[in-house]
Design a protein around this ligand. Structure first.
Ligand code: GLN
Length: 205
């Protein structure tokens, strides 16, 4: 039996508290990450929703961009929701001038993609690996994934409206990303899925 994984939440900006609660419900030990030493101390990281340009600027100010890239390159599991998905994308469209990401997932993400039609909406979707019932997904000025490389597994797509078929959940190895906010609904299947992924990664080390 593996000990409860220690999962940090990047706490520069965004809905940190909700992710901490969801991760605790999924059996993880949790902490907030603002400094490189705090990043070193965790087994895995959640990058919350919020505003990706603000998060990027703060990560630069706190000298976290390089440490984040290094840990992800060396195999630390990470999960990004919404703005966090943007942070994990290798390429972004409609970013702010000069906007950088941490990267790690071979995908192109379009920022505020759904927002051109509607700022926020909720929708039932099916998620690969979590299919016991539909998932009630909350989208807030959400990005979508425009294209993915061969190593990226698509876990979910928009299932209704004008944007049906757009990719909203992906996984590449130990990296997971969703356009929506599973921390807000009390259905913590995505956090359980991530905590299991982290436990398996720890067993492999
Ligand atoms: N539109 C935001 C961004 O560009 C993301 C919105 C969210 O995280 N809810 O970062």
């Amino acid at each position: 039996m593996t000990a409860a994984p220690s999962i940090g939440v990047l706490a520069l900006q965004g809905d940190v508290r909700e992710h901490l609660r969801a991760l605790q419900a999924a059996g993880a030990r949790t902490s907030t990450v603002r400094r490189p030493e705090e990043l070193e101390a965790v087994d895995a990281l959640v990058i919350p929703g919020g505003e990706s340009t603000t998060m990027w600027k703060l990560a630069r100010t706190f000298e976290l961009m390089e440490p984040l890239r290094k840990r992800i390159e060396s195999g630390m599991p990470a999960y990004g929701s919404c703005a966090g998905m943007i942070m994990l994308a290798d390429r972004i469209r409609d970013g702010a001038a000069g906007q950088e990401t941490i990267g790690g997932i071979d995908m192109t993400v379009r920022r505020n993609a759904f927002g051109r039609q509607v700022d926020s909406f909720e929708s039932e979707i099916r998620l690969d690996g979590m299919e016991d019932s539909p998932y009630h997904a909350v989208f807030i000025r959400a990005p979508w994934v425009e294209s993915v490389g061969d190593d990226v597994r698509v876990l979910g797509r928009a299932e209704s409206g004008a944007n049906v078929g757009r990719i909203v959940a992906v996984r590449q190895g130990r990296l997971l990303a969703t356009s929506f906010h599973p921390e807000l609904t009390g259905d913590y299947r995505v956090h359980h899925y991530f905590a299991d992924l982290v436990r398996r990664a720890m067993e492999e080390e």
